[in-house]
Ligand binder design. Structure first.
Ligand code: 13P
Length: 287
């Protein structure tokens, strides 16, 4: 059964570790993430961007796939199915489709409009027992065609949004989706500490988990980050493993072309990446 992310994130914040959100693109990714979480007794959040949602034939297909796998693979750790960077319409569609957690990314709206739309979604999620993530201060880089400048969030705006009754807050602290540039200034711990001071116990979310040095991850967790999102690193691992397999001509060996064999190295690469992140975030044996 899918669960809200609320309980797993409250426990993570109290226990000073973070739960990983790993974004999916297909059946193999989903299976790799669920199995790794179960093998390592770790709670997990499956992230779905709107673009990935379209690619995988819509939100009801995804709910069916993830719920089916939880049952068929005997997954017993807590699993939240979470819309990543949802639009207002996307958030409503995922609520109706059976997602257990929603992110509404209203960071590109003026703060008043972000607050109005977030308030409406807080009410809808509360009725159904779903967790809701809101964002203040856009995360840098590009994700699904949405380009953010990577600003640092205003701690007072964070407090205003946190007070609406959301479950967790994503606040820009210089983090960027995708690969970090050579001259990246690093995370702004000053901003993070100021936000924590204002929002108290609210679990904070760190986007752009790919390529952040381990010491920064640990410091962010010590300052209230309880959920860390990873996407690009799984994409890179999947692509590299598949490329190597094809370059070595292994796809042409044996009794002809087998798509399951072609996808197997990428599946294993995602498992290894997810396990490495769970170790770094400290979520192993916390289910
Ligand atoms: P990365 O692609 O940088 O890992 O970021 C993922 C993310 O933040 C999804 O919301």
């Amino acid at each position: 059964m899918l669960v809200s992310a609320k309980e797993m994130l409250t426990k993570a914040r109290e226990g000073k570790y973070a739960v990983g959100q790993f974004n999916i693109n297909n059946l193999e990714w989903t299976k790799a993430i669920l199995l790794t979480a179960n093998e390592n007794n770790s709670p997990v959040i499956i992230g779905v961007s709107e673009g990935a949602g379209k690619y995988m034939c819509g939100y009801t297909t995804i709910v069916g796939m993830v719920e089916g796998m939880i049952k068929e693979l005997n997954i017993t750790v807590p699993v939240a199915l979470h819309l990543d960077h949802g639009s207002y319409e996307g958030a409503k569609a995922c609520i109706n489709a059976g997602f257990s957690s929603i992110m509404f990314d209203g960071s590109h709206y003026p703060i008043e409009e972000n607050i109005a739309k977030t308030t409406e979604l807080v009410n809808a999620c509360n009725v159904l027992g779903l967790s809701l993530e809101a964002e203040v201060g856009s995360i840098g880089g590009e994700e699904d065609g949405v380009v953010g400048a990577g600003e640092c969030a205003d701690p007072d705006e964070c407090k205003a949004v946190a007070d609406l009754g959301i479950t967790m807050l994503a606040a820009g602290i210089g983090n960027i989706h995708g690969k970090y540039p050579e001259n990246w200034a690093g995370l702004s711990f000053e901003t993070l500490a100021a936000i924590k001071e204002k929002v108290g116990d609210m679990p904070l979310v760190l986007h752009g988990g790919t390529g952040i040095p381990a010491d920064m991850i640990k410091k962010a967790i010590s300052l209230g980050v309880a959920k860390i999102n990873v996407n690009t690193e799984c994409q890179l691992a999947f692509q590299e493993a598949t490329r190597k397999y094809v370059e070595e001509g292994k796809d042409l060996q044996g009794k002809g072309f087998d798509p399951r064999k072609l996808l197997a190295p990428g599946f294993e690469a995602i498992k290894a990446t997810v396990k490495e992140k769970m170790e770094l975030f400290g979520s192993i044996n916390k289910a």
